[in-house]
Design a protein. Sequence first.
Length: 410
Amino acid sequence: MSSAQVALSPAGLLGNFSVSFWIPTAVLTTALVIKLPTIIRLWRDPLLRAVGGLLLLGCAVFVFCTPSTIAAVNRWTGVPNISAPWCYSLLTALGASCLLLIIAWRNGLSDRSAATRRAIRWVISVYSGVIVALWLLFALADVPVVRLRDLDTYYATTPFMREEILLYLVAHSLACVITSRLIWNWVRTEGLDAWLRWGLKLLGVGYLLNLTFDAAKLVAVAARWTGADLDWLSTDLAPAAAALSAVNIAVGFTLPHVGQYLHDRWRVRLAHCELGPLYRLTRTVHGDGVPFVLRATPALRLTRRETFIRDVLLPLTRRIDADLDRRSYDAALALGHPPDRARALASAVSILDAVDTRDRTPDPTDTTDGPDTTHLLQEIGATSRALRHPEEIEAVRARASKIAVHEAPL
C-alpha cells in the first residue's frame, strides 16, 4: 500500500486527528464547578451528591486513562501495566454509577418499590463483582511489556488478560445499553420540562457514543483473535468516541440546571425591565424610589420594585375615576384590542388621569363607594407594558371621551 493510500485510510485519517483527553476532562470539570454551588447548598440531597460524584469520577477516568498518566502510574508503582485494571475499574464504576443515577433520577429517591430496590442491588452487586474479578484476572495474567495506547489489542490473546479485557468491555457495554434505553424511554415521556428533555437527549447521544467506543474496542480485539489487524479502531476511533461522549454527557447533566437557572434569571430581569415605565411614573408621585443595593439579587430588586409600585398605587387608586376606567375599557375593545390588553390600556389611562389630578383636587375622604381597583394592583406588569405605547393610550383616551359625550344627558 502506498503512503498516499495509508494517509487516506481510516487509520491514517484518525491517526492524523489527535484526541486530547484533557478536553473532555476540562468540560467535565467545568460541569462540576457549575454544579458545585448547588451541591454544597443542598448537600442533603443525595441525587445532587450523586451527580457531583459522577462528574468527579468521569474526570478521574480521563485523567488516569491519558497515556502520560498511565506511564506515571506504572512508574510510581513499579508494576508493569498496573494502570490497566485501575482504568478498567474506573470505567466499570462510571458505567454502573451512570446506570444507578438514571434509575434514581427517573424514579425519584422517594421510590421505595421492590423493583427499584432490586434493580439498585443488582447493579451494585454485579459491578462490584466485576471490579473484583478485573483485579484477580490481572494478578493471574503475564503482562511484562508496558503498552500505553494499544494494551487492549496487544494482549488480546494473552490468557487471563484476554478475559479481563473482554469482561470490562462487556460490562461497560451492558451498562451503556441499559442506561441508553432508560434515557430514550424517558425522553418520550409526556410533560417533561424542555431543559430536562434536551439534557436527556444529549445524555442519550453521549451513551450511544459510549457504545461506539465499546464496539470499536470489541471489533479490534476480535480481529486480533482471528489474526487480523484493526488496531486503529481501538487506538484512534475509540478515544475520539469516548471524548465526544464525555462532552455530551457533561453538558447533558448540567443543561437542565444551567438552562433553568438562566431562564429564571432572564425572566426576573425581563419582569424588572417591564416594570420600568410604571416605576418611573410612580416616582413622579413619590420621588424617593427604590434605594439601589449593589449586592441585592435580581429577584430581590424585582420584589422591591413591585412593592414600591403597589405602595404608591394603593393611595392613588382612591382618585381613580371608575367611569373613565369603564369607558376606557370599552373604548379599547372597540379599537380591536383583546380583553387583557384592553384592561391594561384602561388601567394605564386611569392611572395617568389620577396622577394628573392629584395636585388639583384634595384627597377624597369617603372611600366607601370607591372603585374596585384590585385588578390594577395585581396586573402591574401588563399596565406597565401598556405605558410603553403612548399612541395607543391616546387613542383609547380619545375614544373614551367620545363615549362620554354620547352618554351625557341631553
